[in-house]
Design a protein around this ligand. Structure first.
Ligand code: G3P
Length: 219
């Protein structure tokens, strides 16, 4: 499973890139707003300078024609820009057009296997299943992810990769990997939690203390 970073924070992207384990970045209007920026273009270009892999950038238009126009404009910001399009009838129409032009679409705000299936048939390169938001309303986000993977797995001709999105905690990542998700897009805080374990910290302190007790000045 690949790990994408779900943020528009440049410093977090730099830090995560330095770890050598992220393959892409996903953004959305909320994440931009969190950084206090309405300059999507400048932020995207900065991210694309740091990250070689796919960088998802969301459209704000709602009709197919407008989505296509906005997507073409944003896709020209950098070669690795993907366009996040919400799953709606207009979004599907736009996805068909964009896919035919070679613009890679990340169909976003998917909450069911049927939405993901339609997105894949329309030609989306990625479908994002919002696990955390499903859990928030008392549904089982991981179950929806598993069902989506089962459905799309039946049709190898459909090329969409499944992104586990709206990740809230490290166990979401573990379950997404167990389910066989192609990608999990994780917030920086969750990435840090994934690295840490109290027993690792205790182990390091014990190794250093034991070594110090025999090595003295000889380190
Ligand atoms: O990238 C979109 C998705 O991951 C958003 O997550 O936490 O706003 O539900 P969240």
């Amino acid at each position: 499973m690949q790990i994408f970073l779900d943020t528009a924070n440049i410093e977090q992207i730099r830090q995560a890139k330095a770890l050598g384990i992220i393959s892409g970045v996903t953004t959305n209007p909320t994440l931009l707003a969190r950084e206090g920026s309405a300059d999507y273009e400048t932020v995207t270009k900065k991210i694309c300078e740091i990250v070689d892999g796919p960088v998802s950038v969301e459209v704000l238009s709602e009709t197919a024609d407008e989505i296509v126009k906005e997507a073409r404009f944003k896709a020209a910001w950098a070669p690795n820009v993907n366009i996040k399009v919400p799953i709606t009838p207009e979004g599907l129409k736009a996805t068909k057009v964009l896919a035919a032009e070679g613009i890679r679409v990340n169909m976003t705000l998917c909450f069911s296997p049927n939405q993901a299936l339609l997105a894949a048939i329309a030609g989306a390169s990625y479908v994002s299943i919002f696990i955390g938001r499903l859990d928030d309303i008392g549904q089982d986000g991981i179950q929806v992810l598993e069902d989506t993977l089962a459905v799309l797995g039946n049709y190898p001709g459909l090329e969409a990769q499944v992104i586990a999105a709206s990740i809230r905690h490290p166990m979401h990542v573990t379950y997404a990997a167990m389910a066989g998700a192609d990608i999990a897009t994780v917030p920086y805080s969750v990435l840090m939690q994934m690295i840490q374990h109290p027993m690792t910290d205790i182990g390091i302190r014990r190794f250093l203390a034991d070594w110090k007790s025999v090595a003295k000045d000889n380190r």
